[in-house]
Design a protein around this ligand. Structure first.
Ligand code: ATP
Length: 269
């Protein structure tokens, strides 16, 4: 386990909103060079915990620390230098081009045409730089937003923020299989470059392929945490999602797909 002081972490987080306890002593640690993945059923509190970690939501109890500093005491500019966030959805109200949307990741007046092209290249959108963002498909928009976070991390690193941390809320939600794998490889590459990555993922296949550590949330609490092999057991996944489950392991970090027809046949039984 990396040294705690060199990490980005939410500890013992309680959050009440609308008369409900959304997080109940939950916590997560993002470490440089590692990919952590949050899983859990709808409404478990995954996005809420990510927003607490990012500093967007202030918890009722517990603490969020980036290295030795409390996130609540870092100003927005300093925070933006150290961590980038891909939210579940991003509205862009103006008729920006793809490149202009990506450039939002850079501090004003810092140019960065090359950085924008590089980031778009990493999500295979370089040829689309001049197109209208609003006309892209949902999955293409998502990759462009991911490029924006890459540009932000790079600008932060240039200004002394280190490789930084990347928080991704369902980064593969509208992506086809090939693009899911592209994003997953990118998460692993960024970690190899020293970035600490946290992603909320619904697809357990992808969670296993991406994660060094999986953290399972249920009703605002962490109910399991460990390596993919430790967390992904029939019993745990069955209990977490209230669905009978059988976990299989594909070799060589490949996606595990059910053969054609099996779901239909299985559903009849
Ligand atoms: N501001 C708020 N006030 C009251 N309840 C809220 C608020 N924000 C979120 N919630 C509730 O908190 C619970 C957790 O929401 P959250 O979005 O964190 O879940 P999630 O695990 O990310 O779910 P999903 O998988 O569906 O995206 C939900 O029941 C949601 O309705």
């Amino acid at each position: 386990m990396p040294h705690l002081l060199n990490s980005y972490r939410a500890e013992n987080i309680t959050l009440r909103a609308g008369g409900r306890l959304l997080l109940d002593g939950a916590g997560v640690t993002v470490a440089p060079g590692r990919v952590s993945v949050l899983i859990g059923p709808n409404g478990a509190g995954k996005s809420t915990l990510l927003k607490v970690l990012s500093g967007e939501l202030r918890p009722s109890g517990g603490q969020v620390r980036l290295g030795e500093e409390a996130v609540s005491r870092l100003g927005p500019a300093l925070l933006a230098r150290r961590r980038a966030v891909l939210p579940q959805s991003v509205e862009v109200a103006f008729p920006f081009t793809v490149a202009e949307v990506v450039a939002i990741g850079r501090p004003a007046g810092r140019g960065g045409h090359e950085a924008v092209s590089r980031a778009l290249g990493r999500v295979e959108m370089a040829e689309r730089a001049g197109e209208a963002y609003q006309r892209l498909s949902g999955g293409e928009k998502q990759r462009v937003q991911l490029a924006r976070t890459l540009v932000q991390l790079e600008a932060g690193a240039e200004r002394g923020g280190g490789p930084g941390y990347l928080l991704l809320d369902e980064p593969t939600a509208s992506l086809d299989l090939a693009q899911q794998m592209l994003v997953l490889r990118l998460m692993r590459t960024l970690a190899a470059e020293g970035v600490g990555v946290l992603a909320v993922l619904h697809d357990l296949n992808l969670a296993v392929l991406a994660a060094d550590e999986i953290v399972a949330l249920e009703a605002g609490r962490v109910v399991a945490r460990g390596t993919p092999h430790e967390v992904m057991t029939d019993a745990r996944i069955g209990a977490l999602y209230k669905v009978p489950a059988r976990i299989g392991w594909a070799p060589e970090a490949l996606p595990f797909l059910l053969p054609h027809g099996l779901v239909g046949d299985g559903a009849k039984r």
